[in-house]
Write a protein that binds this ligand. Sequence first.
Ligand SMILES: NC(=O)c1ccc[n+]([C@@H]2O[C@H](COP(=O)([O-])OP(=O)(O)OC[C@H]3O[C@@H](n4cnc5c(N)ncnc54)[C@H](O)[C@@H]3O)[C@@H](O)[C@H]2O)c1
Ligand SMILES: O=C(O)[C@H]1O[C@H](OP(=O)(O)OP(=O)(O)OC[C@H]2O[C@@H](n3ccc(=O)[nH]c3=O)[C@H](O)[C@@H]2O)[C@H](O)[C@@H](O)[C@@H]1O
Length: 387
Amino acid sequence: MASPRLDLDGNLINPITICMIGAGGFIGSHLCEKLMSETPHKVLALDVYNDKIKHLLEPDTLPWAGRIQFHRLNIKHDSRLEGLIKIADLTINLAAICTPADYNTRPLDTIYSNFIDALPVVKYCSENNKRLIHFSTCEVYGKTIGSFLPKDSALRQDPAYYVLKEDESPCIFGSIEKQRWSYACAKQLIERLIYAEGAENGLEFTIVRPFNWIGPRMDFIPGIDGPSEGVPRVLACFSNNLLRGEPLKLVDGGQSQRTFVYIKDAIEAVLLMIENPARANGQIFNVGNPNNEVTVRQLAEMMTQVYSKVSGEAPLEKPTIDVSSKEFYGEGYDDSDKRIPDMTIINRQLGWNPKTSLWDLLESTLTYQHRTYAEAIKKAIAKPVAS
Ligand SMILES: NC(=O)c1ccc[n+]([C@@H]2O[C@H](COP(=O)([O-])OP(=O)(O)OC[C@H]3O[C@@H](n4cnc5c(N)ncnc54)[C@H](O)[C@@H]3O)[C@@H](O)[C@H]2O)c1
Ligand SMILES: O=C(O)[C@H]1O[C@H](OP(=O)(O)OP(=O)(O)OC[C@H]2O[C@@H](n3ccc(=O)[nH]c3=O)[C@H](O)[C@@H]2O)[C@H](O)[C@@H](O)[C@@H]1O
């Protein structure tokens, strides 16, 4: 018999039912996998799509058969939502438009998706005394204070000017015509609303701020399992370029900095939040890997090297090209300059730390990309264009 699951304080963990909204996406698919393979919890998986969790749903013979149930629904307009929240112990909301190419080109959809559509979820949780884990973003911090200092200022090297702290850092966005910030602003307002529901009505909540979680099943490869003209997040953009043997496009020179965390490390943190409510309720958590910082240019260089290793193909002589943000994303794009998560709160409350280096996470992710897409891309390239 498997040994009983204990929480961080040594208490027995009872099986619960989780209503997971957006379960069919990148993070949802990994969270469902983890919950099915390592815990006794039940999942009501809500999404418009289920392609990324099909492997968990189809065969009745799987050991977790009966513990995961898919409900195809759009939370914008589906009266089943409240009933599903009511029968669950915990709701996790992952549903969102969260690709930067949409923020300045579809700002209304972005604001509706990240704020308006999340409102009923918060309301139903609050009214029915249900716990909520809501997915926000590190983008709520916006730009660093340091980015406003003169380029040669020594203060730019001082962590006080760039490390992002949940309970101290301000949220610094660009002007309104920089529609890039429509996403961050909508996420910030829903965070404030959830926080206020906690303060005024006693809602038990946890807010997660992911810092560039990456890994297999992230987004789509344009023209293969997503629209040809679609622009996914950087991991899928660069994977697509590598698979097609094209140079990687560096937006505005690729000078922005990011910290990338492996999805499997990050999911460990979410599981700790699920199973340790007393330590997670009322908290906002940065979840990222401060040790994996690179500029986007360095990311492109590393991905080129790793891809060459896993595919056995020699890298291009000129592996990157520069492109302006206006050309790549259109009018209204702007960027976060640097994103280093402060880890004090998640360390103190949950004792969580990321483990996987950037090289290792890229190696396993690009091995997956190559195995999943290389043949399909070859076929697509070989197909004569219809005249
Ligand atoms: N991946 C990251 O590193 C990252 C970083 C910061 C924030 N986040 C946040 O985490 C959450 C999940 O991100 P992801 O990377 O898994 O994105 P994703 O796009 O892969 O997943 C989102 C899922 O939500 C579903 N969805 C959207 N609107 C819906 C609706 N109206 N009704 C039902 N389902 C709907 C989509 O179909 C999709 O499957 C989002 O809230 C995102 O803003 C992710
Ligand atoms: O992942 C996160 O933590 C958050 O940040 C992401 O935003 P961002 O990191 O800007 O999005 P990416 O598409 O991953 O781009 C990263 C950087 O690469 C650049 N980029 C992207 C694609 C490309 O082909 N070339 C390129 O240089 C972008 O301009 C940006 O500077 C998205 O907003 C969300 O998924 C999420 O909330």
